[in-house]
Write a protein that binds this ligand. Structure first.
Ligand code: SAM
Length: 325
């Protein structure tokens, strides 16, 4: 067991939909996935109420994710309201960027500035291979629009896939030389079959070794609401590089995140199946105090959990689409 150092649980990942227009090869077993009926997904009013309760318990940062959050109608108004929730200091959006070019201006007007964009390749055919869709042009147009409008910090999330995109690591990293982006490389999590995971997993030590050609990396410190990335500066780079190692060096001790699934359950840990259902009590008219106690329970479960890094298999029981990554 790791030492029981107290940590502040101040970061909530809010999955607002389980729908996504992409079919990423690593994201889920699509054949097993059952789309939730829309009535089973928390309404925006319900999400805002829960965000307010989370804020009263110390949540300061909320990341809106999915599925693909931009496919949900009304997302712009929701983000506007979420940013005005007392106690929430930072709202971020994670998107695949397919609809970003059209929505960027409206999103910017809500006050939103923090954007994470998923981009695993800069090559059209490969994008189609990874995501099952021919949308790289739209994603790059969305990124360009976001830059022009002045979004920032702008982070690019890149899942490293051995044998698929690992020959592009330098090209992707150079985005951070030429733009003020934080390009973050993510180890593949075992949401795929053990065989596929073994074929495609590349540890971050190897990613960093291959990126050493770009120059010496200087580590930056982490803020209290920061996610799990280790961030580095490189000479001549406008932006930064980040490395996210859920597999090779996962530290429960530094994980400050709770997750609320699109179906309305709190998940203290991405690697565990434990969930605390909040939708049913919410819809049965539970009081603020009762709902707050469910959040408190999730926070306590998380704080109590100082396990060794979890065994990588299986991470199948709920797809990333409903948990939100
Ligand atoms: N649709 C949005 C997007 O594409 O960013 C948000 C949801 S997506 C599930 C959130 C993040 O999880 C993405 O950056 C995605 O690449 C990452 N992700 C999904 N499955 C993963 C896996 N098996 N290993 C590592 N990262 C994964």
């Amino acid at each position: 067991m790791e030492p029981s150092t107290p940590r502040e649980i101040n970061y909530l990942r809010l999955s607002i939909t389980d729908r996504c227009q992409l079919r990423c090869c690593y994201c889920t077993y699509w054949q097993d996935w059952q789309q939730l009926p829309s009535g089973e997904i928390l309404s925006y009013e319900e999400l805002l109420r829960l965000a307010g309760i989370a804020a009263s318990l110390g949540i300061r940062k909320v990341r809106v994710t999915g599925g693909e959050p931009l496919v949900r109608r009304g997302v712009v108004n929701f983000l506007h309201s979420l940013q005005r929730t007392p106690g929430i200091e930072e709202v971020c959006l994670t998107t695949n960027g397919v609809l970003l070019a059209n929505l960027a201006s409206a999103l910017y007007e809500t006050g939103l500035r923090h954007l994470n964009l998923s981009l695993d390749t800069l090559r059209r055919e490969r994008y189609r291979q990874i995501t099952g869709r021919d949308n790289l042009g739209e994603v790059l147009a969305g990124l360009e629009r976001a830059v022009a409008l002045g979004f920032g910090p702008l982070k690019i999330n890149c899942v490293v896939l051995a044998g698929i995109n690992d020959d592009e690591l330098v090209d992707l990293a150079l985005l951070a030389r030429d733009h003020p982006f934080q390009v973050r490389f993510i180890e593949l999590m075992p949401t795929v079959s053990p065989r596929q995971w073994q074929q495609n997993f590349l540890p971050m030590t190897e990613v960093r070794r291959r990126l050493a050609v770009l120059g010496p990396m200087t580590a930056l410190g982490r803020g209290t609401t920061d996610g799990p990335a280790q961030i580095f500066r490189l000479p001549g780079f406008q932006g930064e590089l980040g490395f996210i190692t859920p597999i090779s060096s996962h530290h429960c001790r530094t994980c400050n995140r709770l997750r609320l699934t699109a179906a309305g359950a709190l998940r203290p840990c991405l690697f565990g199946d434990a969930e605390i259902e909040v939708k049913t009590p919410l819809r049965q008219g539970a009081s603020e105090v009762r709902l707050a106690s469910l959040f408190a329970e999730a926070i306590i479960q998380k704080s109590a959990r100082f396990s060794l890094p979890p065994s990588p298999f299986p991470l199948h029981s709920s797809s990333m689409v409903s948990i939100g990554g």
